[in-house]
Design a protein. Structure first.
Length: 307
């Protein structure tokens, strides 16, 4: 591989993991509240959210010693081939994260980097030997000669075989449930995005989410954060917004010519936005708390309303 291609591939991988991290954060933020609310309404305790293999791989690649797993995997593979202990050459370098995750788990328990890589090395050997054992089965299933699988999930083949054998003996379950067959039978309802939509609606119903109420409250809350509780809040320049005719700033006619009331220009730069309370004048004879010129002027009591 050329240097420029290697650099481009490395940057692409970093961008991909950044996108995966953003997606995981979004899904966690969306699913966790629903799971918590559903556990309360249904009465089932669900404290853990399953993020799938993407979460595991993200944890693996973020380990500071992750890059050292590549020479370990390649070195063990070459040694076993040289000494004729395996017939498999593992070119699946992407799934090196499976060994890294094992090392991360061991390191989190033992706090030993050497123990982490030792257990990962044992996993590498087991994967190569398992790939040799299942090679003829993989070739039969795929129709591709000389191909096998070195993924650690193959370890589950032995304990799952009797369970699969039992399920095939149960009437109604001895049939295919893969995506292609389901699409042929149920059509659009077997598509991933349709299934995701149905599951999302189901989770929302079980969690008793009020979509309309939640949307309205979110909108009101967001508007309050920007404009405050009053629809007549002034803009950043101090002028009234289009939502109302009143302004919390003192009217020029309510202040004497001595200029004791603060100006709008100085007010907007001196006080934080939005103002928590109307600014007060420095003079005891003039209060800027008047909302309009119809209210009290400086030094005079407000007029009584007509009876």
């Amino acid at each position: 591989m050329k240097v420029r291609d290697a650099v481009s591939a490395g940057i692409t991988l970093g961008v991909a993991f950044s996108g995966m991290t953003m997606l995981i954060s979004y899904m966690t933020g969306a699913i966790t509240p629903a799971a918590q609310a559903m556990s309360e309404t249904v009465g089932v305790d669900l404290p853990i959210t399953d993020g799938g293999w993407t979460t595991m791989s993200t944890i693996s690649w973020s380990w500071p010693y992750a890059f050292l797993m590549f020479p370990l995997v390649i070195g063990i593979n070459i040694l076993l081939i040289v000494f004729k202990r395996t017939e498999t050459f593992n070119a699946d370098l992407w799934n090196v994260w499976g060994k890294i995750f094992t090392a991360v788990a061991v390191y989190s328990i033992t706090s030993s980097v050497w123990a982490a890589f030792a257990v990962a090395a044992v996993q590498v050997v087991f994967e190569l030997k398992t790939a040799d054992f299942h090679q003829h089965r993989v070739e039969t299933m795929t129709g591709i000669p000389g191909v096998t699988i070195t993924h650690r999930m193959v370890f589950l083949a032995a304990p799952m075989y009797p369970i699969g054998w039992l399920l095939r003996k149960i009437p109604g379950l001895d049939r295919s449930f893969n995506a292609a067959d389901l699409r042929a039978k149920v059509g659009i309802f077997a598509e991933n995005h349709i299934l995701g939509f149905i599951l999302g609606v189901l989770f929302g119903v079980l969690a008793r989410f009020d979509v309309a109420g939640a949307s309205a409250s979110t909108t009101v809350s967001s508007m309050s954060d920007w404009t405050g509780p009053s629809s007549a809040a002034p803009t950043r320049s101090g002028s009234p917004s289009s939502g109302g005719s009143r302004s919390p700033w003192p009217s020029p006619s309510s202040c004497p010519a001595t200029g004791s009331c603060p100006s709008r220009a100085s007010s907007t730069s001196a006080w934080p936005w939005p103002p928590t309370s109307p600014p007060r004048a420095t003079s005891s004879g003039c209060s800027s708390s008047a909302r309009s010129s119809r209210r009290s002027s400086c030094g005079r009591a407000p007029r009584s309303p007509p009876s």
